[in-house]
Write a protein that binds this ligand. Structure first.
Ligand code: 1CP
Length: 346
């Protein structure tokens, strides 16, 4: 096979094929810790960046150039599709905010299902540019929020510590809450299939806040609706990744999501997590992002420990256990990537 027709390393690993080395990418790899990103942000606010395909593709490609990771991830946000559903989303310095949160059945009924071309054409255009510009051995990753995490922003209107409004709705009006999640799942399917049609070769769903749920509630309210999305991706034959943070209490449940790969954080040992998930699924993770604030030899040692826990089994994708911190020294991120790549040569 020549280079052009080669399947990217990350995609082969997600299919659990034996690979020459463990692929690596970094959650939130395009962001404020990169000088190239800060440069672009001086000229454009965050929403403009997301809605302008050339700028979105540029910052995603800049991150790949700066780090030499094995994938570019679409530069967008999990709140962008919510805007297309009718939510008023703003991204001030203090973090994202929704000014018309969902609080009752009437609010749920008013939500629209976006059309991937009419409402999110700028996303498709960014993905197409990424696939054109990126080296063929590197993968283009699309993403969306998992329905539960997307709904958590829709109900709370911002990020939350205790998810009081969200859990109150879940407890007081479970049918309304399910209806909301069904609609978000439907919108998410439109959104990720739009990305696939534009050239995304794998899709990750971020269930960043699912760790606030008890295992039974995770199964009923988060897993059920994530499954709907993964079933739609399965029909397209596109490998999928499910990330949740703080998920040690329900890893076995995540393994039943229909995702090909489960992404875990650092609060669980990778070897143990993989046994619980089952070796018939790929696994992604799981370095604590704050380890990148330590000295490079310590970063390499901890990366090695994670590779050892994976035991060279096919299906491990190296990543952090959550998004990279905005104050991370870029050299330390590079040291991690070098350590993971060089491990294969050992
Ligand atoms: O320039 C800026 O100041 C904006 C900061 C920023 C960036 C760079 C936001 C606001 N979003 C993003 C991009 C982003 N968000 C990407 C693409 C970049 C990449 O990965 O290279 C992705 C995949 C996301 C996904 C995302 N957005 C998640 C899931 C990942 C996670 O870390 O858990 C979540 C929870 C969000 C919401 C959001 N958007 C922005 C911020 C600061 C946040 C988190 C706020 C919070 O804690 O609630």
């Amino acid at each position: 096979m020549d280079d052009r027709s080669a399947v990217p390393l990350l995609i082969r690993a997600l299919r659990r094929e034996p690979v020459e080395r463990t692929p690596i990418w970094i959650m939130r790899q395009a962001g404020r810790y990169l000088p190239e990103y800060r440069e672009v942000r001086r000229e454009a606010d965050f929403l403009t960046l997301c809605r302008t395909p050339d700028l979105s593709a540029k910052v995603a490609l800049d991150a790949v150039a700066a780090l030499d990771v094995d994938a570019a991830i679409l530069f967008s946000d999990i709140l962008i599709p919510l805007q297309a559903m009718g939510m008023q989303v703003a991204f001030p310095e203090s973090g994202p905010r929704i000014d018309n949160p969902v609080r009752c059945a009437r609010d749920v009924a008013a939500l629209r299902i976006p059309d991937p071309e009419d409402d999110l054409g700028f996303v498709a255009a960014a993905v197409r540019t990424l696939r054109q510009e990126l080296a063929p051995d590197k993968a283009v990753l699309g993403f969306a929020g998992a329905p539960f995490t997307a709904a958590s922003y829709m109900v709370e209107g911002r990020s939350s510590r205790d998810f009081l409004l969200l859990k109150s709705l879940l407890l007081q009006e479970p049918m309304t809450f399910h209806r909301l999640l069904e609609k978000v799942a439907e919108a998410t399917i439109a959104c990720v299939l739009g990305q696939v049609d534009a050239g995304a070769e794998a899709i990750q769903l971020f269930d960043s806040w699912a760790g606030c749920l008890a295992p039974d509630d995770y199964e009923e309210f988060a897993l059920r609706h994530a499954r709907t999305v993964f079933a739609a991706l399965r029909d397209r034959g596109v490998p999928s990744i499910l990330f949740a943070s703080g998920a040690a209490g329900f890893l076995e449940c995540m393994a039943r999501s229909g995702a090909d790969c489960i992404a875990v954080d650092w609060r669980v040992d990778l070897g143990e997590a993989w046994r619980r998930i089952g070796h018939d699924r790929a696994i992604q993770g799981n370095l604590d992002p704050i380890v990148l604030f330590g000295p490079p030899p310590a970063i390499a040692r901890r990366a090695r420990a994670i590779l050892d826990a994976a035991q060279g089994r096919p299906g491990h994708v190296f990543n952090l256990g959550h998004g990279i911190h905005k104050d991370t020294p870029v050299d330390h991120a590079r040291a991690l990537i070098a350590a993971v790549k060089n491990a294969a040569a050992r």
